[in-house]
Design a protein around this ligand. Structure first.
Ligand code: MN
Length: 320
């Protein structure tokens, strides 16, 4: 890889430069690369607090803090991957369906260039647009979904396309293979005690946070990996899977969530899967404190890049 501000942080202090993700090169139109960071600043499908449209900007801003090497995977992702920041997909505030079409088109453009899309939300409704783009290219996907909520409700106030419904719509549209899919971290108050079963009725494996605590993080991720098998996997990380103490800046917080340390262990457990897309959603900067929510999100993106790089290194049969 050529030296860039992204790759040489000793020569270019991390606080310098324009805030693309980790100061990666900005490419406003799709180019051939291994992975792309793409913002989807849409938040008008949120059911409670709005403001996640500023999530991509906040995640990019704090991402300059990240250093280039991942100790867990013993890899410097940018040594193995060509990664660019593709800027933001266009959205139309207040029009979910047109925004989803625009996000799908943006993701599609990058996927057809061979890039693994890593999308920054935005509210969780954007996952449906990502899945439409990815399933068109890859066929039905395995989903591994970290969230306080299953996001498998049918509708809100007669609206079928909201941030609480994307994974039911994705199953209905044939974008997911529920038999290979897992939801992890579900908790909080619900509309009906039976709501927690909705994901299971759709065919997903669902781990409430109590069940995760009983089984253990490694046990849950082993089960998720076995269930996904060799399928192509889309990973959706709703920042509200974290406890509000670790991620206060989000629209629908639920107490009793994961620590950031636990989240790292969960995401490390994705190693070995055939990963074709990621997102981190529901970061709401106006309610964040000391950028900790955005930092957690940026770090998850770095972990996703590290997984892709470790897979490429391992496939090349080279250590370190
Ligand atoms: Mn969600």
């Amino acid at each position: 890889m050529e030296e860039t501000v992204a790759s040489d942080m000793m020569r270019y202090p991390r606080f310098e430069g324009i805030r693309t993700f980790m100061r990666l090169p900005y490419e406003p139109a799709p180019v051939a690369c291994d992975a792309v960071i793409l913002g989807a600043p849409f938040d008008t499908a949120a059911s409670f607090r709005s403001g996640a449209r500023f999530g991509p900007e906040a995640i990019r801003r704090i991402s300059s803090l990240l250093r280039p090497a991942n100790v867990h995977h013993r890899v410097r992702p940018l040594d193995w991957l060509r990664v660019v920041d593709g800027g933001d997909a266009m959205v139309i505030p207040g029009n979910t369906s047109r925004s989803h079409d625009l996000i799908e088109a943006a993701v599609s453009g990058w996927v057809s260039q061979g890039a693994v899309p890593i999308t920054l939300g935005g509210d969780h409704s954007i996952a449906l647009a990502e899945l439409r783009a990815l399933a068109k290219h890859h066929g039905p996907l395995s989903l591994i979904h970290f969230d306080a909520h299953g996001d498998t409700w049918d509708e809100y106030w007669g609206e079928r396309y909201t941030h609480g419904t994307p994974f039911r719509r994705a199953v209905e549209e044939g974008l997911l293979d529920p038999a290979r899919s897992t939801q992890i971290g579900i908790r909080g108050t619900v509309y009906d005690p039976d709501d927690i079963e909705e994901g299971r009725r759709l065919g997903f494996a669902v781990w409430t946070i109590d069940e995760v605590r009983q089984r253990g993080l490694d046990g849950v991720m082993t089960a998720a990996r076995e269930r996904a098998g060799r399928a192509k996997v889309f990973v959706s990380f709703d920042i509200d899977c974290l406890d509000p103490a670790y991620a206060p800046g989000t629209g629908t917080p639920e107490i009793g969530g994961f620590t950031t340390h636990e989240a790292l262990a969960l995401v490390h457990g994705l190693k070995g899967l055939h990963l074709v897309g990621f997102d981190v959603v529901e970061v709401l900067p106006a309610l964040d404190v000391a950028e900790i929510t955005a930092l957690a999100a940026a770090t998850m993106v770095f972990e996703f890049l590290s997984l892709l790089a470790a897979a490429k290194r391992d496939a090349a049969g080279q250590p370190g």
